[in-house]
Write a protein that binds this ligand. Structure first.
Ligand SMILES: *[C@@H]1O[C@H](CO)[C@@H](O)[C@H](O)[C@H]1NC(C)=O
Ligand SMILES: *[C@@H]1O[C@H](CO)[C@@H](O)[C@H](O)[C@H]1NC(C)=O
Ligand SMILES: *[C@@H]1O[C@H](CO)[C@@H](O)[C@H](O)[C@H]1NC(C)=O
Ligand SMILES: *[C@@H]1O[C@H](CO)[C@@H](O)[C@H](O)[C@H]1NC(C)=O
Ligand SMILES: *[C@@H]1O[C@H](CO)[C@@H](O)[C@H](O)[C@H]1NC(C)=O
Ligand SMILES: *[C@@H]1O[C@H](CO)[C@@H](O)[C@H](O)[C@H]1NC(C)=O
Ligand SMILES: *[C@@H]1O[C@H](CO)[C@@H](O)[C@H](O)[C@H]1NC(C)=O
Ligand SMILES: *[C@@H]1O[C@H](CO)[C@@H](O)[C@H](O)[C@H]1NC(C)=O
Ligand SMILES: *[C@@H]1O[C@H](CO)[C@@H](O)[C@H](O)[C@H]1NC(C)=O
Ligand SMILES: *[C@@H]1O[C@H](CO)[C@@H](O)[C@H](O)[C@H]1NC(C)=O
Length: 616
């Protein structure tokens, strides 16, 4: 079962796959078939009764009682005080199908797309903010999203006026510029003094999406379905009262409107900073080639990026390579599709047991607080964790979520850390299949940096595409690739960006005071990683820097890269070290080898490497 079961699971299972293998077998039916509403006689009766009662209720209490309490007052947590009934639809899935399948007024011939008369269209010079401005404009806030009015108060700790809930959702955070120095280099993304930017390789994630199809720990759709089907009906009071007429409004997998904007904005931002690199294409009479994968949100992300970067219409300005993300296809941007050991959770799943251990700790108080406010459905730790996911997902999908205010700052920090634990052990330095899955992209990066085709296709690289100079050009000044957060983390691991791994295996019983590895910094929605190429007066060799979400990354874990105040490394040294890493990474063993690592602390990696042959 194990090799097969993950076939349809999204790589980005924020999702948190359970280590309990029996649960896998239960997952036969695609959850999309769960888009249903169930009405029962009892519900209809309740609705009728609720109608009458609430009319009376409104009459009596509207003026004095209407405001929704943000914090529970003594009385609102008292089970006797609630008066709302759960509506028959509460917890059900609500779907608005747009566009209509056959609209009656669709007459394309009356709405031509090119009517001429465009007026004058002279163009100007390309922007070059990274070179011309005294500093680099940062990406802050999340326009169009509304955070909670207030958070649950913790009487024994002072609230931090700087606390930003949007930065505490791990991989579900909207990307933001990390603070200067976050990764240990006190420098900005703007070209260092006496250096000129000569190239950019951008690797980015898709924007905000709905939850992935399936989850065995957490998973908002699963929770709402359980709630809706709760055997004897339920109702909510106090802080959860809003759930009495709450419906589940999230789809699956695809970009949300906000996610679309993130990629459009990223495209605009990159054009503003690096537009001048396009001059190179005009001189060589070629078009840029950007890559993405076939998945709906990946394609939509790439095209939104292109709209931002090139403007409408982008046709004729670049070529979009859409690689296939599906079982059995070699794809460096979706390497798990050909790496069986990564798909077989019994071999490599280290994350879930740790996440469960941590959730049991940090959500204990929240469970005790929330459980008495839901009657007829007994909340578990996993459910409460799901309510936190619900906050993040609802916010990035529909702009606002009542679930956010249910938790304290400490609990949001705990949620954020749960994500760090998950991604450390699942996709990064703590995973035995992280480096091997990142190595294909590293091989491609080497080919591009050295203008030399990939010598051997023995990883996730696709020879058909990568050996063709049209589909995989070498020697361009600008590359843009779209992928998943897990792959970004694989690449970070494969490259030996060891500053993120200095704290060793992440503990699951407390949040370490200082930790370098933060999923909200490395893998948020629309996370972006710039490989910046520089020509500097002070150095004869071309230089490379890595900038993740506007934070400069130290390259000192890479052999031959010197300490540098701006995080630079000479390209020849960088290339030599990465070649060594490629030669020491064994795809066959890591992806196909007959090994299995035990869950828990009996085995560790902090380099993302598979166990040595003969050790497990
Ligand atoms: C309240 O704050 C204290 C002290 O910081 C902390 O130990 C505790 O976990 C917090 N409780 C909640 C529910 O966040
Ligand atoms: C929820 O997930 C569990 C596995 O953890 C599965 O057994 C169950 O069928 C799912 N329920 C729904 C309603 O999707
Ligand atoms: C739910 O109830 C609140 C107040 O009781 C009301 O403002 C809101 O419109 C209702 N929402 C729905 C979807 O019925
Ligand atoms: C390589 O990519 C091409 C184009 O997407 C695809 O047709 C082919 O099957 C891929 N090859 C392998 C071995 O995955
Ligand atoms: C709320 O649910 C509980 C448990 O299912 C039930 O005993 C109670 O009557 C319900 N109250 C209302 C107002 O529906
Ligand atoms: C696909 O990957 C496998 C494993 O690395 C490799 O043997 C094969 O040559 C690759 N195929 C292509 C077309 O790249
Ligand atoms: C374009 O940029 C690449 C990479 O920086 C460089 O090798 C190449 O010489 C440039 N081509 C032209 C025509 O400027
Ligand atoms: C990569 O990092 C590991 C562990 O820190 C180190 O032992 C190794 O020498 C590094 N390799 C290169 C080529 O930088
Ligand atoms: C690919 O093959 C080369 C040459 O045999 C070997 O050194 C290297 O370890 C292999 N790389 C991967 C990623 O398997
Ligand atoms: C793995 O890491 C954990 C957490 O730091 C530690 O307790 C344990 O001893 C380590 N195990 C091994 C085999 O190094």
């Amino acid at each position: 079962m194990s090799a097969a079961y993950k076939e349809s699971i999204d790589p980005e299972s924020q999702a948190l796959l359970s280590q309990d293998n029996n649960e896998y077998a239960a997952r036969e039916e695609p959850p999309s078939s769960g888009r249903r509403r169930t009405y029962r006689l009892r519900h209809l009766w309740l609705a009728y009764a609720a109608g009458i009662l609430s009319a009376v209720f409104v009459e009596l209490f509207l003026c004095s009682h209407y405001s929704i309490p943000i914090w529970p007052s003594e009385s609102s947590t008292d089970a006797a005080a609630y008066a709302d009934f759960a509506s028959p639809d509460a917890g059900s899935t609500e779907v608005h199908n747009f566009p209509p399948a056959s609209p009656t007024n669709a007459v394309p011939s009356l709405f031509p797309t090119d009517v001429g008369h465009a007026g004058p269209t002279p163009t100007g010079a390309e922007p070059a903010l990274v070179a011309t401005a005294p500093s680099y404009p940062l990406h802050t806030g999340a326009p169009h999203l509304l955070g909670p009015v207030a958070l649950e108060r913790n009487s024994s700790s002072k609230s931090d006026p700087q606390f930003d809930i949007f930065k505490h959702w791990g991989n579900l955070s909207p990307w933001f510029s990390v603070e200067r120095g976050s990764f240990g280099v006190d420098s900005g993304p703007e070209a260092p003094e006496s250096c000129r930017v000569t190239g950019l390789h951008l690797l980015h994630r898709h924007g905000a999406r709905y939850p992935t199809q399936w989850a065995s720990y957490g998973g908002p759709a699963n929770f709402s379905a359980r709630l809706h089907e709760a055997a004897d009906g339920w109702n909510a009071s106090g802080q959860l009262e809003f759930m009495n007429n709450w419906t589940y409004k999230l789809g699956e997998e695809i970009l949300t409107p906000f996610g679309r904007q993130q990629l459009y904005d990223l495209g605009v931002s990159m054009r503003m900073k690096y537009g001048f690199l396009l001059k190179n294409f005009t001189e060589s009479n070629t078009l840029p080639v950007f890559r993405t994968e076939s998945q709906d949100r990946m394609l939509a992300s790439a095209l939104n990026f292109a709209l931002g970067f090139f403007g409408y219409p982008f046709e004729g300005q670049y070529q979009q390579s859409i690689t296939i993300e599906d079982d059995g296809y070699n794809n460096t941007l979706a390497p798990y599709k050909t790496c069986p050991n990564a798909r077989d959770r019994t071999k490599s799943d280290r994350a879930i047991p740790y996440v469960k251990q941590w959730a049991d700790i940090y959500l204990k108080d929240a469970l005790a607080r929330l459980r008495p406010q839901l009657h007829g459905y007994e909340l578990t730790i996993e459910d409460v964790y799901t309510l936190q996911q619900m906050c993040a997902y609802e916010t990035v999908a529909i702009g606002y979520s009542r679930f956010c205010e249910l938790f304290t700052e400490e609990e949001w920090k705990g949620f954020n850390y749960a994500m760090d634990i998950y991604f450390w052990y699942d996709s990064a330095f703590g995973s035995p299949v992280a480096r091997v899955q990142g190595i294909g992209y590293v091989q491609e990066l080497l080919a591009r940096l050295t203008h030399t085709p990939i010598p051997v296709h023995n990883s996730s690289t696709n020879a058909t595409l990568d050996d063709n100079p049209v589909t995989f050009p070498l020697g361009q000044s600008l590359y843009v690739d779209a992928t998943h957060e897990v792959v970004v983390l694989h690449v970070i691991t494969a490259l030996n960006l060891t500053n993120f791994a200095v704290d060793g295996p992440l503990p699951a019983d407390h949040i370490p005071e200082h930790r370098a590895f933060k999923s909200s910094h490395l893998a948020p929605f629309a996370t972006n990683m710039q490989f910046q190429l520089l020509s500097c007066e002070s150095h004869p060799d071309p230089q490379i820097r890595i900038i993740i979400n506007d934070g400069v990354v130290p390259l000192t874990g890479i052999r031959g890269c010197p300490e540098d105040k701006d995080g630079k490394c000479p390209v020849p040294a960088f290339v030599a070290a990465q070649r060594e890493i490629v030669s020491k990474t064994d795809w066959n063993w890591a992806c196909h080898g007959d090994w299995q690592v035990p869950p828990g602390p009996a085995w560790n990696t902090t380099t993302g490497d598979a166990p040595e042959p003969g050790t497990v």
